[in-house]
Write a protein that binds this ligand. Sequence first.
Ligand SMILES: NC(=O)C1=CN([C@@H]2O[C@H](COP(=O)(O)OP(=O)(O)OC[C@H]3O[C@@H](n4cnc5c(N)ncnc54)[C@H](OP(=O)(O)O)[C@@H]3O)[C@@H](O)[C@H]2O)C=CC1
Ligand SMILES: O=C([O-])CC(=O)C(=O)O
Length: 271
Amino acid sequence: MGRAIGILGFGTIGRQLLTSIRERTVSASTVRIFDRHPDRVESSIDPASPANVVAVRSFDRLVDVDLVVEAAGQGAVREYAVDILRAGCDLVTLSVGALADRTLREQVIETAEQTGQTVFVPSGAIAGLDAITAAGNSDLESVSLTTTKPPNGIAGAPYLDSHGIDVHEITEPTTVFEGSATEAAEGFPSNINVALALSLAGVGPERTTVRIVADPDGQRNVHRIAVSGAMGDIETTVRNDPSPTNPKTSYLAVLSAIELLRDDRTVQVGT
Ligand SMILES: NC(=O)C1=CN([C@@H]2O[C@H](COP(=O)(O)OP(=O)(O)OC[C@H]3O[C@@H](n4cnc5c(N)ncnc54)[C@H](OP(=O)(O)O)[C@@H]3O)[C@@H](O)[C@H]2O)C=CC1
Ligand SMILES: O=C([O-])CC(=O)C(=O)O
């Protein structure tokens, strides 16, 4: 039967989630879908589709569910995350970089505590959050992320525009950003949400260091994580194929959201 699931944002991730629900990889009793382009949703739900898939035209009609998956953007997290929790829904957030804003982060956590709801942050396009979270039970000294993307994977980011960097003019692998996870998530809102996910698993957004490299010859979104602490060292590298419909979004991020929503596992593997 499954839970009633709301999908906020019907792009690359939202559409794949609906496919997984239709194919019954993810079970859901009802699906309600809201995007700021309602026509995109309505034209994808053919009249023959089961009546339990509903395109809604307002946020208020979305939250009549158990859990909302946000796959829209950081603006949607700012606009809706607290209201989703207040409406009694759990929240899965892909655009977790919005929580770089300390005030919003604290508001979301406090609201979840008050309402008894859970905020889920998927591993998304990176690997190792299980081990890093476990390592955090002892002392962590440093957590860093180096992300290498083809120019199409980062073009249009506000940080690049404000620094006059045209990634399409780059001719060799070039570091275009170095700073904290907070600065990375704010400067690259559609490209490096993983930095905030990593920081929440480890030492927090201010102490997590991030480097972003544009590689004109690269085809993949590569995320390298290095962690040191009382347990020793952790290093992970994921070389992601981009999603066919959005070069900024790695296919693994889609699969991660699907896995987080599966509730049919009798044996739970990983921390
Ligand atoms: N944590 C992780 O590992 C990863 C996170 N992400 C993040 O996940 C999010 C979704 O990714 P993806 O599916 O590829 O994105 P897409 O751009 O393909 O789809 C997002 C959809 O949501 C719509 N939308 C945007 N803002 C709102 C809003 N305020 N209210 C309602 N609908 C809205 C968009 O409309 P419009 O086209 O007008 O913007 C679009 O239709 C992005 O923020 C992305 O950065 C992606 C990959 C990895
Ligand atoms: O999909 C990826 O490689 C990472 C990404 O876009 C994000 O974290 O926002």
